[in-house]
Design a protein around this ligand. Structure first.
Ligand SMILES: [Zn+2]
Length: 260
């Protein structure tokens, strides 16, 4: 298995952040987190010298946090008991320069920290090394072509899921919860709104996610052959099922004009 996760080393992380990189993702099929933790423990061990004190990626105390960060940054996602790379995660692993993906880089810096701790190298020497590495990282990222960076989806979420709190995104046909275990979605063409000749647009969906209710002006009543306005309410149950209902706020007298 190929496992590329980048350091929990603070300086490395800072460099990564400067470079706009949060971390890198497991590239192979699903891994149970326990297995993933074990893999992080031994990742890259063959690259290290026997006397390297720190091996693997992160420490037992920080490994779970690194995985969480990848999920939070949307480079990985949970699916049941599995943790899967997202499309962005796969792209990142493909386009990052190899030295950034190397587990031995982490160990090397940890080693340098130890040497400094033992007084074997001066703090200035350590910082010079860090600066050089940052320059190399930034140059490495600059070298990534525009075409490659465009492979990342520049998705913008439209709100948070009322069932699980994950981010909600727009697709061609719906607004869906990014959590694979959650079934919440608002369909653009749904029977409830279709009966009033209305489709769910982004603005409506965002407002529903924000407040559970949105005022809609151009709903159509076939029975009365007229347009009307109403508040559309959204209720969800724990399975992610959505129920809509309408309410009719009292109109102010001055807006009494009726469409005929
Ligand atoms: Zn959800």
């Amino acid at each position: 298995m190929r496992l590329y996760l980048i350091s929990d080393n603070v300086d490395t992380q800072m460099g990564m952040r400067l470079a706009g990189i949060e971390g890198v993702v497991v590239h192979e099929p699903a891994e149970v987190k326990k297995t993933l933790l074990a893999a992080m423990d031994t990742a890259g061990n063959t690259e290290f010298d026997e006397d390297t004190e720190k091996k693997g990626l992160g420490t037992p105390a920080t490994r779970a946090g690194i995985i969480e960060k990848l999920i939070y940054s949307q480079y990985a996602t949970r699916k049941g008991k599995k943790i899967l790379p997202t499309d962005d995660g796969k792209v990142l692993v493909e386009i990052l320069p190899d030295f950034l993906k190397s587990a031995s880089m982490t160990a090397e810096w940890e080693n340098q920290l130890l040497l400094m701790e033992h007084g074997e190298i001066a703090p200035e020497q350590f910082m010079t090394g860090i600066k050089n590495m940052l320059t190399m990282m930034l140059n490495g990222c600059d070298a990534i072509s525009e075409e490659e960076t465009r492979r990342f989806q520049t998705r913008e979420s439209i709100g948070t899921c009322p069932v699980c709190g994950s981010l909600v995104y727009e697709s061609k046909t719906n607004f869906y919860c990014s959590n694979h275990d959650c079934h919440f979605a608002l369909w653009k063409d749904n029977r409830y709104l279709q009966s009033m000749e209305k489709t769910m647009d982004k603005k409506m969906a965002a407002e529903l996610l924000k407040s559970g209710c949105v005022h809609v002006k151009d709903l159509y009543s076939r029975k009365k052959n007229m347009y009307f306005e109403a508040d559309l309410h959204m209720d969800t149950d724990e399975t992610g099922k959505v129920n809509f209902s309408l309410s009719f706020p009292k109109k102010k007298p001055k807006n009494k004009s009726k469409k005929k």
